[in-house]
Design a protein around this ligand. Structure first.
Ligand code: ZN
Length: 220
């Protein structure tokens, strides 16, 4: 089924499906686990709308391109047109808060990085961004204190709190809006905590905003 933005009760949100703007290395521990430098400025990249897929349907693991890593991320749904906004306007522009997997062809990415080439093929492929349904911003509250967790085959693999972000959510939206206009229906992915690893067909995943949102899914 084609992807559309949904509320937690399953009803459709009246927003188009747009681009996904992502940040790399927004948690220091994750940057270290991949032997990357801690960036001094947000490291942005994008996924197109064709990368989106519903997280509660089986997650397709691409074949023939080396390892495919899961990266569990807090996903923010944009509800207003945001150009060069401050943090307060960024807050007002949020229509929903959910979860996403920033699926990454890690071997392809390593090859591209070693040549100094852009990462797109490793990050922007069809299905590279499975996304959950969205909570209202009010039901989530303080975006600087949100707990994320990924459990794979009954083992906790990723845990993090948004307080650990090098660039917090509202500052990130503000920063992005200085470079790219965010439009209603766009998503912002806010980076992954440490613990990323390969995803294999048959893996059972539980992706959570602890106590607020739980998605049970599997890889195929
Ligand atoms: Zn990521």
């Amino acid at each position: 089924m084609a992807y559309q933005h949904l509320q937690v009760d399953g009803s459709a949100l009246d927003l188009p499906v747009g681009k996904v703007v992502c940040i790399g290395r927004n948690y220091a521990e994750h940057a270290r686990e991949l032997n990357n430098e801690i960036p001094t400025e947000p490291l942005l990249f994008m996924k197109p709308a064709t990368a989106l897929a519903p997280l509660d349907e089986p997650v397709t693991v691409p074949k023939g391109h080396g390892s495919v890593h899961f990266e569990t991320e807090l996903a923010v749904l944009i509800g207003e047109r945001l150009t060069d906004v401050d943090a307060q306007a960024a807050q007002h522009g949020i229509a929903g808060v959910g979860l996403a997997l920033d699926l990454t062809l890690r071997d392809v990415q390593d090859q591209l990085k070693s040549k100094g080439h852009p990462w797109e093929r490793s990050k922007a492929f069809d299905g590279a961004c499975p996304v959950s349904r969205f909570l209202t911003p009010a039901s989530v509250g303080d975006l600087t204190d949100v707990n994320l967790r990924l459990t794979v085959n009954d083992e906790v693999r990723q845990e993090g709190n948004s307080a650990q972000m090098l660039t917090p959510v509202l500052a990130l939206i503000s920063y992005i809006s200085q470079w790219f206009t965010l439009e209603p229906g766009d998503l912002v992915l806010t980076g992954t905590p440490a613990g990323v690893g390969p995803l294999k067909p048959g893996d059972k995943l539980v992706v959570e905003i602890v106590d607020l949102l739980r998605v049970d899914t599997e890889a195929q």
